[in-house]
Design a protein around this ligand. Structure first.
Ligand code: AHR
Length: 663
């Protein structure tokens, strides 16, 4: 339901308002006092939440194109198809060396007895493989071949069945069962959204294969085995203050054995023990049986990414409890030590010098310098006395070793209700550094709660709005859309977060990524297919806040009050001491334009022109898409500042950011 403005001023009225006295306070004037900073905006205020959901990591930012590359899925040949001219018993065998290699037990053994027969295996990729014409692709495989005889032909096959690139590998003879690695690169001759990788065997002989891999050359920073650059660029463009990682419910796992364990995500990729993804079977209406975590994107890559894009890392660790929506499995208190040790060791992995045990591991992976980790979350959406009991043990141990380290504590799944009230009270009794609040709610909730933090205590625990997104339908509905209405509701709410930066120190939308053919949860900030990615209207809201963060909140008042829904508008203002600008953010959440005067005070002079960045669309239901990725996206223009006043016309369903220079 859209809201009508109570007092929409006409442009003629606005003109008249310019001649009113300098300090007039009325419902058509927004007074912004640039010399009265009320709070600092934390440098890490606007961040991103990353979770391997919706093919966020495998099949998403981790640029590996081969699915089930080491045959460790529950069904070892899932994602692979065997084709042969004549059925030969055992021509493709799944082998298991669990006793010798617990992290990567399986491989396949190819046996070909007759040169005239054909035998091939085909990998379908993650809903196909996105292949770009003219781009180099790097193929690699681990193998053992006891005697010469087989040639391996590698081919990319387009959706139309055309070979669009390939290479030939002649494996050498490997002695004493030692694994060798073959690598070859080739250039794709055509583009395909859903290509497959075809591996043919010619000649006769026997060969063992593992870690069959294909990466594009154009990864982020061209790192071999790296991340998908277009997706990372969208993140980098947001200039996020932090990256929350790895979630989300994957932190907790369906049961404790499938919880996220950072130590299993570092070191050589072939030694990273795969785990079933918690979202594999979470929703009966969105089953994803091929969803696993290979951890090719692990904790080292995560820290490196945060460093690359200037974001603070914010890891979230398992607190000794599996997802309480699923099994609610808990580790007994007397067995919690290894969990706590994982947290302490992660801090050492990030910050320890190279002489420490984990600092050495980091250096060995190529990063001698520390990652400057300053905070960590203990528990994702955990709740109840069992959580508090475990959290206290973590907090004591971490604070004893690292007194200045900040800890994020969960307030559960919802921003109200019994669970929330219990945790909110317990965490405050514990003087929690930062309380993580989550809200997946309808747009109306976001509008109605834009003043949620106006009365939160200032000198107590800080708030991390750690997961939020307006749901156009309802939570976990597959009908939820990333449309203008939800984006505008979030923007309105975010003015309240910004105004209350004294208590709200961080915020992140969730989830971040979704693959159009592999998602479980909607809405999501960024949508991708195998070749393209686009930001939703919600993405642009996040980006506008983050790139117009400023350094200090200043009052923006109408009738002497902060603006949180009067005339359907929501306003916050900051100054940026680094650029010398004042930035006013205004949201109009109704279906009609609203006109206001922005009156600036407290500086000697304001620039004669303001930069206006405007996000709007004709209809609340408008969305972006692969065909029209910028349908709802910000447009920047110059607008006059008359002395100290701006005549602001806020279009229906819009978010306006005014930036004015000050002297
Ligand atoms: O963002 C999707 C899920 O929502 C997260 O994994 C979980 O923390 C929340 O319930």
């Amino acid at each position: 339901m859209r809201i009508k403005p109570l007092l929409a001023a006409t442009w003629v009225n606005i003109g008249l308002l310019f001649v009113t006295t300098a300090h007039a306070q009325n419902s058509n004037t927004i007074m912004v006092q640039v010399n009265k900073p009320v709070a600092e905006v934390q440098p890490a205020m606007w961040g991103v939440f990353f979770e391997d959901i919706n093919l966020g990591a495998d099949g998403g930012i981790y640029a590996e194109l081969v699915k089930n590359r080491s045959f460790e899925f529950y069904q070892p040949l899932m994602g692979w198809k065997v084709t042969q001219s004549k059925f030969n018993e055992g021509s493709v065998l799944v082998m298991n060396r669990a006793e010798k290699n617990t992290a990567n037990p399986r491989f396949i053994r190819i046996t070909k007895d007759a040169a005239a027969d054909t035998l091939s295996i085909t990998n379908e990729g993650f809903r196909g493989m996105g292949i770009k014409k003219g781009l180099r692709y790097d193929f690699s495989v681990a193998y053992r071949q006891p005697a010469a005889g087989l040639t391996v032909l590698v081919e990319l096959v387009s959706m139309a069945g055309k070979i669009i690139g390939g290479t030939t590998i002649t494996p050498v003879v490997t002695a004493n069962e030692v694994w060798s690695k073959a690598a070859a690169s080739f250039t794709a001759t055509d583009t395909s959204l859903k290509a497959t990788l075809h591996i043919r065997f010619e000649g006769t002989g026997k060969i063992d294969l593992d870690m069959i891999s294909l990466f594009p050359e154009d990864t982020w920073k061209k790192r071999p085995g790296g991340m998908r650059a277009d997706m990372i660029q969208l993140l980098a463009d947001m200039k996020p203050g932090f990256i929350r990682f790895p979630g989300g419910c994957v932190v907790e796992g369906h049961e404790l054995s499938t919880r996220y364990q950072w130590k299993k995500t570092i070191g050589p990729v072939e030694d990273r023990q795969l785990s079933i993804n918690r979202w594999n079977s979470e929703f009966a209406h969105r089953p994803t049986p091929d969803y696993y975590q290979t951890f090719g994107l692990g904790f080292f890559e995560y820290f490196q990414l945060a460093e690359d894009i200037g974001a603070s890392p914010l890891p979230i660790l398992n607190c000794g409890m599996a997802c309480q929506f699923n099994t609610a499995e808990v580790i007994p208190i007397d067995q919690l030590d290894p969990y706590v040790q994982d947290a302490l060791d992660l801090i050492e992995f990030a910050n320890g010098d190279v002489s420490t045990q984990w600092g050495k591991v980091r250096a060995h992976m190529g990063h001698s310098a520390t990652f400057n980790l300053k905070m960590m979350g203990v528990g994702n959406e955990n709740w109840g006395p069992q959580y508090v009991e475990r959290l206290k043990i973590f907090s004591k141990a971490i604070k004893a070793r690292y007194p200045d380290f900040k800890l994020v504590n969960s307030s559960g799944t919802d921003p109200n209700g019994e669970r929330f009230d219990y945790l909110n009270s317990e965490l405050r009794k514990m003087n929690a550094d930062i309380i993580d609040e989550h809200y997946y709610r309808r747009p109306e909730w976001f509008l109605a709660n834009a003043a949620r933090y106006d009365n939160y205590p200032r000198n107590a625990s800080k708030i991390f709005a750690g997961e939020y997104a307006a749901q156009s339908d309802h939570t976990v509905s597959i009908e939820n859309k990333n449309n203008t209405e939800t984006a505008i509701a979030e923007a309105a709410f975010m003015t309240g977060l910004e105004r209350n930066a004294a208590v709200v120190n961080m915020a992140s939308y969730a989830p971040l990524f979704a693959h159009i053919d592999g998602w479980q949860w909607t809405p999501d900030l960024i949508w991708v297919n195998n070749l393209q990615s686009y930001g939703t209207p919600n993405y642009y809201v996040q980006k506008l806040f983050s790139t117009n963060k400023g350094t200090n909140v200043v009052p923006a008042l109408m009738d002497g009050k902060s603006i949180s829904g009067q005339d359907s508008i929501y306003v916050s203002a900051v100054i940026d001491k680094n650029t010398g600008d004042v930035i006013v953010k205004l949201v109009n959440a109704c279906d009609n334009p609203v006109s206001k005067i922005i009156e600036l005070s407290g500086a000697k002079k304001f620039s004669e022109t303001a930069t206006l960045t405007l996000l709007k669309s004709n209809a609340a239901g408008d969305v972006n898409s692969f065909v029209h990725p910028d349908a709802v996206s910000p447009v920047t223009s110059a607008t006059p500042v008359k002395g100290n006043k701006i005549a602001a016309v806020l279009p229906a369903n819009s978010f306006s950011v005014y930036r004015v220079g000050m002297k």
